[in-house]
Ligand binder design. Structure first.
Ligand code: HEM
Length: 415
């Protein structure tokens, strides 16, 4: 039978969520000694959940929709109307299959090779120059990588602007106020830019390679047999370009981990890559990125002794699940060893969502994220640079998080 779950008293806790950021849900779960509790965010009742079983409940069985589950500001910056994230059921699975068709055994390592090329070009430019802010510099390197990988013929002169647009969407997803409005304007500009390219691809004024994301999306047929409206196709292309640029945060966190734990740098620099994958998995587990995911119940549900009515709002704590001490002993320690021989588990390591990627909203970009991170660690261990004194602390109330200094390096040399 249903019983009352713990409830945070008070009218609204939006401010606490913004102030406590990544730790808001898990702190209260700890305090209430419960994997779910009821609170009010934006004056709306919401059940917050964390842990592997909660992740299974939220992801399995298409119980929740993403529609109406995120603040509109976040939706407009990160997804937009008509994108894969806003679809459900058969329409979602069909669109999702299009994304997954891009992740072939050739395409996954190819993105690493493309990154290596653009990385080496950048290092040559940095050599003999001043200091470099790694997180910011990565935006352009990854924009070039993303356009090449997607087969999107963006004129070279447009890359810096596109790179700024893509970086701003990620950077301001957690903010309100003027910086958010600037980012929204940049997003609209990126949409127009990419939409124009889609129209020219369709008119055969431009070419993209067979199997590329650009051509696949431009020619994709929806469940009704029609090609996507050019605006939706542009949104879906941005759904590939933007998160590839976002991987720059994980790469920056990987650089921080190499700095804090130089024994790993030593090993990778010597060509011993046995633990390269465990290293990047531990970066994805430990460092804060996507804090939580929202859903709205599509039907009446019961879980954890709580009855959910259709439309009820939930927030699943991704960061807290990655830091759950029942799943990850000493969760705040950087210990890649924990991933040696790891068999995988769709509900315990959830930085990019949980469950079965084809049937849920779980991120289709995990394989290329890992490929990009591995190549970046290789490049970081090959080149030489100093890490001047700076504030490398990471505030967990800043979403998305980053080292305060955004990781400054100096005296860069290729080797
Ligand atoms: C969805 C995180 C990289 C494409 C998601 C979701 C998360 C996430 C949390 C939502 C899951 C949900 O709604 O349940 C991340 C992080 C990344 C990353 C932290 C690393 C920087 C990528 C990459 C791509 C990508 C490289 C490129 C293909 C997408 C798409 C969706 C998505 C298209 C929507 C999937 C759907 O609704 O079915 N990602 N992602 N992401 N991601 Fe990623």
């Amino acid at each position: 039978t249903a019983h009352a779950i713990p409830e945070e008293p008070g009218l609204d806790h939006s401010l606490a969520l913004l102030q406590e950021g990544y730790t808001y849900i898990s702190r209260r779960c700890d305090r209430f000694n419960s994997d779910l509790f009821l609170t009010r965010i934006m004056l709306t009742p919401v059940v917050c959940l964390r842990g592997a079983e909660a992740a299974r409940f939220v992801y399995e069985g298409e119980r929740f929709t993403r529609r109406g589950a995120m603040p509109r500001s976040v939706l407009l910056l990160l997804q937009d109307v008509g994108s894969v994230q806003t679809l459900d059921g058969a329409a979602h699975r069909h669109r999702k299959a299009m994304f997954l068709s891009l992740m072939t055994p050739d395409a996954i390592p190819r993105i690493g090779t493309l990154l290596a090329g653009h990385w080496r070009d950048a290092v040559r430019r940095w050599e003999g120059g001043g200091e470099v802010v790694l997180l910011d510099a990565l935006a352009e390197i990854l924009t070039r990588t993303a356009c090449d990988w997607a087969g999107l013929p963006v004129p070279d002169a447009d890359i810096p602007a596109l790179s700024a647009e893509l970086a701003a969407m990620v950077e301001n997803a957690g903010s309100l106020g003027p910086s958010y409005l600037v980012a929204l304007r940049l997003r609209r500009r990126a949409e127009r830019r990419v939409r124009h390219l889609v129209e020219r691809l369709r008119a055969a004024e431009l070419e993209a390679p067979p199997g590329s994301a650009a051509l696949t999306i431009a020619t994709h047929r929806d469940t009704d047999g029609a090609t996507l409206p050019a605006g939706i196709a542009a949104v879906e292309l941005l759904n590939i370009l933007r998160p590839i640029v976002a991987v720059g945060r994980y790469i920056t966190f990987a650089a921080l981990a190499l700095h804090r734990h130089p024994e790993w740098r030593e090993r990778f620099a010597q060509g011993d890559e046995a633990d390269l994958e465990p290293f990047v998995q531990e970066v994805r587990r430990l460092y804060p990125f996507f804090p939580m995911i929202g859903g709205r119940a599509r039907q009446a549900l019961r879980w954890g002794g709580h009855d959910f009515a259709p439309g009820d709002w939930v927030l699943l704590d991704l960061h807290g699940t990655n830091h759950d001490p029942r799943l990850w002993p000493e969760p705040d320690r950087f210990r890649p060893e924990r991933f040696r021989g790891w068999q995988g588990n769709p509900y315990t390591l959830v930085p990019q969502g949980a469950g079965d990627v084809a049937a849920t909203h779980r991120c289709p970009g995990e394989w290329i994220t890992i490929a990009l991170m591995k190549e970046a660690v290789r490049q970081l261990c090959r080149m030489r640079y100093t890490v001047p004194p700076q504030d490398l602390s990471i505030s967990l109330s800043q979403m998305p998080a980053a080292p305060a200094s955004r990781f400054v390096i100096g005296a860069v040399r290729p080797n």
